[in-house]
Ligand binder design. Structure first.
Ligand SMILES: [Zn+2]
Length: 235
């Protein structure tokens, strides 16, 4: 029987790690295929241990500036909605106050505390998951991973190399730490090419007028260039 897996993504860690993933392909930026990422990690684990893995759910933990902080959060909200609606993640987004100084760690403390609570909560409920894949190598998760493993669940840590492509200095991440993981870590940057979103050009039917047009748009509803133009003129 396939092992049941849940993927826990520390959004702050993933955001910071993206630059190293881009650099691996010699690029400054590209779109990450968020819909594929959890399956990619499960496939990697399945190959490494030669067992079938069934992905139960992906949980994503992130922050958003509070309404009070008067930041324009539209783009961020759209991204989190996309993770929920299109990639079928379960998002846990915490409102944070912004403006207490650059060195404030309040945001990330919320993310990691929230993730640690969930990884342990689901571990304690029978038959939810067999393996937790943690997308972060932050040492702060060590106590949660000890506890998850005490409950008989297995853990897979997803890490990243330094921007120079070497191992992180010993003792600074979960990698090499005892009693926190059951398998060799997966390094995100080793999968940079598979993480890159490749938009396929294909023909789609306009929802408004029914005409067919070539597009790379992969969202649920497609409107042709003419109907989009009319819509904008109305605005
Ligand atoms: Zn149309």
């Amino acid at each position: 029987m396939a092992l049941k897996a849940m993927v826990f993504i520390d959004g702050a860690w993933l955001y910071r790690s993206r630059a190293t993933v881009f650099a691996k392909l010699g690029e400054e930026n590209f779109e990450v295929d968020y819909a594929r990422l959890p399956r990619l990690l499960c496939e990697e684990l399945a190959n490494a241990i030669d067992e079938d893995i069934s992905l139960v759910r992906t949980l994503y933990f992130g922050t958003i500036p509070s309404a009070r902080s008067s930041f324009n959060t539209g783009k961020q909200r759209a991204f989190y909605d996309f993770l929920e609606a299109t990639c079928h993640y379960e998002t846990h987004i915490h409102e944070v106050e912004v403006g207490y100084g650059e060195n404030s760690l309040a945001d990330e403390a919320w993310v990691s505390m929230s993730l640690a609570s969930s990884i342990l909560y689901y571990a304690a409920i029978p038959s939810v998951y067999d393996v937790a894949l943690l997308v972060s190598d932050n040492l702060v998760y060590a106590p949660a991973l000890y506890a998850v493993r005490k409950l008989g669940k297995r853990t897979q840590v997803v890490s990243i190399h330094t921007p120079e492509g070497t191992e992180q200095p010993a003792g600074t991440t979960l990698v090499g730490k005892g009693r926190v993981m059951d398998f060799a870590p997966i390094y995100l940057d080793d999968h940079a090419a598979e993480m890159k979103l490749v938009r396929e050009l294909r023909k789609r039917i306009c929802k408004q007028c029914g005409r067919e047009e070539e597009t790379t748009w992969a969202g649920t509803d497609f409107f042709c260039s003419e109907c989009r133009g009319k819509h904008h003129r109305r605005d």
